[in-house]
Design a protein around this ligand. Sequence first.
Ligand code: PBG
Ligand code: ZN
Length: 330
Amino acid sequence: MNGFGFPTRRMRRLRMHATLREMLAEVRLDRMDLIAPLFVREGEGIRRPIAALPGQFQLSPDTAAETARRWSDLGLRAVLLFGIPKCKDAAGSGAWDPAGVVPQAVAQIKRAAPEMVVITDVCLCEYTNHGHCGPITTGADGARTVDNDAALLSLARVAVAHARSGADVVAPSDMMDGRVAAIRSALDDQGLIHTPIMSYAVKFASQLYAPFREAAEGSLRFGDRRSHQMDFRAPRQVRPEVMLDLQEGADIVMVKPAATYLDVIQTVRAACDAPLAAYHVSGEYGMLVAAVQLGFLEERAAVMEVTTAIKRAGADLIITYFAEKLAGWL
Ligand code: PBG
Ligand code: ZN
């Protein structure tokens, strides 16, 4: 009873034993939840800092393998590879080269850290000279758009090349219609029936990818990605997008961005029982890094809080540029 004669129901948070507080935590980040992005480019001995993503590097397959080894020793379990090819063309043909930079990196990482789960981003935008996620077609009105169906054939070849090189999971990020089905049937045709697909099912057209485009050298020469990425003002598109990808054979669905789209993560969590990943994207990383550099935020506390919020919203897996730091803190 309190001084007014009413029962007090409030938890006495201030005086709670710190261990009890820990025991009552409902959401706990774990190194097992994290996926670390890795940018690989052709060459040897490369460790080139990415200006737009302070603390992140473009690596060559050999230094990527060393990094994966070190991350594995830190307790990280999975990496997500992005390739930066030597040459680009209109079709993005470097993307399905079996001797390309991603297959090389996959093979070397698998040798250095066989226990590491290697996921590869499947898209064409890093490989096309115009920066779009598929070949371009010009309509009768002169408007240039991505040729969806031509892109599907290419994406399926990319996924097969990655899986053949040893990738454990392929992650199509292009948002073309029908890509999960196209990739699934191509993998199955090649006997790669055990390679799961993590689809970027709910991917919004976002300004928050800007630093990534510099990191992956995939800037657009014209236009934007609004013809195939989602409109952030239209959240009712979220469920149908997820359901479609699951019907087509996605094994893990992803929401992207993450911290600015917690409502979307929650919606997807409620809409299906599939494993759910969320991508804390480059711009979200950049906002935190900049605030820390300016002395506005304390890094460890802020990053732990934001990353925990992504998990609390319902994500099973979190793709984050903070993975290495988080692994050290957890
Ligand atoms: C390429 C791709 C992008 C990201 C992941 N894969 C960029 C885009 O769609 O424009 C963004 C990741 C990030 O910002 O960290 N399809
Ligand atoms: Zn793309």
